[in-house]
Design a protein around this ligand. Structure first.
Ligand SMILES: [Mg+2]
Length: 187
């Protein structure tokens, strides 16, 4: 059997931050988000977030902005690299954790894949609230810690490089972080 590569969506193949920031300002045009987005990126994964008022506003937008997960831009080189990986014999599935509170999130993810990657790739989407129970050889994900009920998942986590995890993972040298440009270094 080919090696199975599970690929996260938000922050890995779909650019979440920019769409979310636009959505936030459509709700709160008078506000200024306190984190420098160019430096730290993804607000929802940032562990130093501490302002409770803004935190509530963030989740209000995340839960209520319909089709937020459909309007994301594709991350450059993701599709091309995935096709190259398939040519090298890897089997790709997308593995994503939908925000259940947002009523269009799950369907947005299918529609997004159909629009940007095509129908056949949309059929490769696995939606789960716990990635540790999904079988694969590798999981490409920008989230730093992926935990769940299975303490020994089958996959090896390849941390996808984003502005926020490069910022918070100071102990990791950039060369250890996965990108769509350097994927061949990891297999
Ligand atoms: Mg992600």
């Amino acid at each position: 059997m080919n090696k199975i590569v599970l690929v996260d969506m938000d922050g890995v193949i779909a650019e979440f931050d920019q769409a979310w920031i636009k959505a936030y300002y459509s709700y709160y045009p008078e506000k200024t988000l306190p984190i420098n987005k160019s430096k730290c990126g993804c607000y929802f994964e940032h562990p130093v977030w501490s302002d409770p008022t803004t935190n509530l506003e963030m989740y209000k937008v995340l839960y209520n902005y319909l089709n937020l997960f459909y309007i994301l831009d594709p991350i450059p080189n993701a599709l091309r690299s995935i096709k190259e990986m398939e040519k090298c014999g890897y089997t790709i599935f997308f593995c994503s954790h939908p925000t259940v509170e947002n009523s269009t999130c799950a369907s947005d993810k299918y529609e997004w894949l159909k629009k940007h990657f095509g129908l056949e790739y949309a059929k490769k989407l696995i939606l789960t609230q716990d990635k540790t129970v999904i079988y694969g050889d590798y999981l490409i994900d920008d989230k730093v810690i992926i935990d769940g009920v299975n303490k020994n998942p089958s996959w090896k986590h390849l941390l996808f490089k984003t502005p926020y995890n490069s910022c918070i993972c100071g102990y990791l040298h950039d060369k250890n972080l996965f990108t769509w440009e350097n994927w061949k270094d990891f297999f």
